[in-house]
Design a protein around this ligand. Sequence first.
Ligand SMILES: Cc1cc2nc3c(=O)[nH]c(=O)nc-3n(C[C@H](O)[C@H](O)[C@H](O)COP(=O)(O)O)c2cc1C
Length: 209
Amino acid sequence: MDRVKDDVLDVLFRKARTYNGWLPKPVPDGLLRELYEAAKWGPTSANTCPARFVFLRSPAAKERLRPCLAAGNVEKTMAAPVTVIIAYDLKFYDKLPKLSPHNPAMRDAFAQNPQLIEETAKRNSSLQGAYLILAARALGLDCGPMSGFDNAKVDDEFFAAGKCEACDQEFFPAGHVKSNFLCNLGYGDPAKLLPRSPRLEWSEACNLM
Ligand SMILES: Cc1cc2nc3c(=O)[nH]c(=O)nc-3n(C[C@H](O)[C@H](O)[C@H](O)COP(=O)(O)O)c2cc1C
């Protein structure tokens, strides 16, 4: 594959920022589907694909999230056109016959190992959340990831058994999906950006061996 043009790196990384304010411009559902269709191709271990994404964009859905948020995250989250709950399914292994058809033993290897399940779900859903951020930027959206919220409250509100009214899909009503982090999506307001903080230099973060 050819190297991408330099401005692609600007869009994805160098000029991309974490947004705290949002322009009043809606994000169509079709764009959210396009976002998933791009992000889903990011790699996960054994192709487990444990992440589950809940896109909150109706005022009613956002209100259900409000009491779970850290105080500093409330205003910007309520103003964002979309907030995604990046979650993971602890029963991801039930999809392995589809996702890993060349290795039928894989499902049971996971199902019998709770520690491996937890580690795999957390690691790979975090990666998939990062793929979602980069895909969103590639599609012209801005992002505001957040871990400042009460995971247990979110899990109880959105993923507890029997609480799936108005859901598009039936993948999470049985209590085996857990929240990882949140990400606001939309068109960011540059006026509300904080100054860019530095990153570690190569010599501080990397080693060549
Ligand atoms: C997993 C994750 C959790 C974060 N949690 C919060 C949060 O709860 N509240 C907040 O205001 N910013 C949060 N941030 C935003 C970071 O502080 C921000 O992305 C970082 O400082 C880099 O900013 P920049 O992208 O503008 O350079 C979070 C970012 C990530 C990736």
